[in-house]
Ligand binder design. Sequence first.
Ligand code: CP3
Length: 353
Amino acid sequence: MTTTPGPDEIVSDLVRAARGLPVRRTPVWFMRQAGRSLPEYRALREGVEMLTACRTPELVTEITLQPVRRHGVDGAILFSDIVVPLHAVGVEVDIRAGVGPVMARPFRSRADLARIPALTAEMIPDIAASVADITAELGPVPLIGFAGAPFTLASYLVEGGPSKNHERTKALMHGDPGLWHDLCARLAEISGAFLEVQVAAGASAVQLFDSWAGFLSRRDYREFVEPHSARVLHRLARTGVPRIHFGVGTGELLADMAAAGADVIGVDYRTDLPSAVSRTQGQYPVQGNLDPALLFAPWDVIADQVRRILDEGAAAPGHIFNLGHGVLPQTDPDVLTKVVELVHEKGSSAPQM
Ligand code: CP3
């Protein structure tokens, strides 16, 4: 385990912003920056299953580095998927193009817990190898590790795949709270172990994706979800790397997601950054939050939005520029490069180190 480095020892703007320290210029990366928006990604993936790609270190390394080379972003995110740790413990899961993760046998009863054993480092030597190779190639550019949060993982397990309403998940949560908490406790162990392996191998920050938490009421979030995410985030506190906590449509939950043990609040595009800052008492650096669909608008429109978000982010203790959710597959990658250039140019007037 490492200890938190002092302010002068942190070199990357991304980690500095995540710690609320002054930066040279506002750091920027994009959720789903590695993936289908890039022709070089589509070429590498030709004929290779998604999960096979995620478990092959040469491919993971190359795909993770592609957007860094092309766009000059300030951080890489490990090319993987939130179901990879479930796959690693033996859950039968497939990632279908255009659909997402699909379970062979959805989680239905207590007996199904036995099919989800704890994750140990020995089960994912490929992930450690990928992270080591990537960080060696990246040099000073930080690698962001990630995992799915217990609720979002539970939703995929219980629904058996992507869900519009998460009705089976909510039925289990309220109908059998004991089983729900046992499932989420197991998933918190798995997420925590998955992140620890990434940090031990060289990741400089982590992001916990609770993608579907925005489907929950605040009351349900607090009772059924937050304690499990908190377990993951608190476990990671020992590693000393900053922890970003993100979900989609989570405007009502931001204070609770912060309280769960985040260092940075990921803000989706539905909540403006000033509201996110005030909902978290101005205590947290923020990440976000350009609407990914706006990347299809004329450049002048995009540039105005980027400038607005940079101005708004300057009011937070730190700002990492990002989209408000992942890059859409049809996005023109040249537009992403231009956004990076504009953030770097305009973001140099941020408070200087
Ligand atoms: O660049 C990056 O952000 C790193 C890679 C990454 C992927 N998935 C690659 C991927 C990350 C961080 C994820 C996390 C992930 N996976 C989340 C949380 C983030 C979020 O979007 O909220 C979720 C919910 C998943 C589950 C998942 N996997 C979905 C919904 C899909 C899309 C299905 C589709 O085809 O539209 C996937 C597949 C997936 N994950 C792809 C990629 C590049 C597409 C697979 C392909 O190329 O065919």
